[in-house]
Write a protein that binds this ligand. Structure first.
Ligand SMILES: [Mg+2]
Length: 410
């Protein structure tokens, strides 16, 4: 089953997405997501200029060999641009193989290990009344687990907090971090104010919503190990499902210190792009959940290996699923979620209606649970005509400075 064509489509139905469309000699079409928020055109160029010419004429069935060819053959391994490009190829080939087999992809990955995929949604607010409204709106939509982000008194716009505009009159304060602007916006950060304020937010949420509701929180890489240890300890009374990205974690050993001080479960890895980034974290059981996205970790082929490795140490999945993962990347994650044994939870933010017009998808969200659907392949189709109506627009995630102007992790 030879590959006869491969094309990169960049479209921006509300935000930028990079999609690879691979066509085989018998007319099957597979899709892969290569979206890298704020660096989309770098991945598009990597694919168009350096990968697509290598794909033409290759056997679409040889997924492992193609992955190794692109990974080892480039000599320059890993890195977010490279791994997003390799992921786009890998996912498109799995899509094609599953279509050729006449099965939804999860069947090829071993079949369903569960009937539905537990998802968590993003609640946020500038103050407690807004936050409570947002949590209630998510509960009304069926979510059974909620990520809680709050503004910090004295700081302006910070990570995870919506601008206050409601979506469709629902009263929900949705949050979209990437802003359409030629340069990133700048935010101000104060770690001590955050560390003082956050436990009071979780105390209020627990008092309002009771002890059962699973609550998550994203620290977004902003703390040193000892600060993260202190936060984990101060949140223990509120029984978090996880504390996410508490440190940048590039220095994996630093998590030993955090782990030593707190029993709050830890989730890490949305900016990682290789199993190597997790070797110490998993082997020493320093984390509880792996946050990688299929799109940023080289595709389904390496993600299966990563989750199998994690399973040896009772570490579970928590696949990254914000709206900068396209519906193609989201579907790829859902097929894995359904198939692997060590599933933990799936992040889920619905895309805009425009995005769903461009990417027609068969996955569903019902009563708090996602399912990838039963269509052979991934179950996502790209409408090229609809995509062409939304040309690329520069958009960037913000950057972050301390009060004295020092650059900090965003
Ligand atoms: Mg995160």
């Amino acid at each position: 089953m030879r590959i006869v064509n491969a094309e990169v489509v960049v479209t921006s139905p509300g935000r930028n997405f990079v999609t690879l469309e691979i066509t085989t000699e018998d007319g099957l079409r597979g899709y892969g997501d290569g979206t890298l928020n704020g660096r989309e055109l770098a991945v598009a160029s990597y694919l168009t200029d350096h990968v697509v010419p290598l794909l033409i004429g290759r056997d679409a069935h040889r997924i492992e060999d193609t992955w190794q060819y692109l990974h080892r053959g480039a000599y320059w391994r890993r890195g977010p641009v490279t791994m997003a490009a390799v992921a786009a190829v890998d996912v498109a080939l799995w899509d094609i193989k599953a279509q050729a087999a006449g099965m939804p992809l999860y069947q090829l990955l071993g079949g369903a290990s569960r009937t539905g995929i537990r998802a968590y949604g993003h609640a946020s607010g500038r103050d407690l009344p807004e936050l409570f409204d947002s949590i209630r709106a998510h509960l009304d939509e069926g979510y059974k687990s909620i990520r809680v982000q709050s503004a910090v008194p004295g700081l302006g716009t910070i990570y995870g907090i919506g601008a206050g505009s409601t979506i469709g009159g629902t009263g929900r304060y949705d949050y979209e971090p990437a802003r359409r602007h030629p340069v990133p916006s700048e935010e101000v950060w104060d770690t001590r104010a955050y560390l003082r304020h956050l436990p009071t937010v979780f105390e209020a949420v627990r008092n309002e919503f009771g002890p059962d509701l699973p609550l998550l929180h994203d620290v977004h890489h902003r703390l040193t190990p000892i600060q993260a240890a202190r936060l984990g300890k101060s949140l223990e009374p509120y029984d978090l499902f996880w504390m996410e990205d508490c440190t940048p974690a590039e220095n994996q050993e630093s998590l030993r210190l955090v782990r030593h001080h707190t029993t709050t479960p830890l989730a890490i890895g949305e900016v990682f792009n290789s199993v190597v980034d997790y070797q110490i974290l998993i082997r020493e059981q320093l984390i509880d959940y792996v946050r990688s996205a299929v799109t940023h970790t080289g595709g389904i082929t390496p993600m299966r290996k990563l989750f199998d490795y994690a399973a040896l140490y009772q570490v579970k999945s928590g696949i990254h699923g914000p709206t900068d993962i396209s519906p193609v990347g989201m579907a790829a994650g859902l097929h894995l979620d359904l198939a692997i044994h060590n599933f933990g939870i799936q992040e889920f933010m619905p895309h805009t209606e425009d995005t769903y017009r461009v990417f027609q998808h068969d996955y569903t969200f019902t009563d708090g649970y996602l399912h990838p659907g039963e269509t052979p392949g991934l179950g996502v189709r790209l409408d090229r005509e609809a995509a062409a109506a939304f040309p690329y627009e520069p958009a960037y995630l913000p950057v972050n400075r301390l009060r004295d102007g020092t650059m900090h992790d965003w």
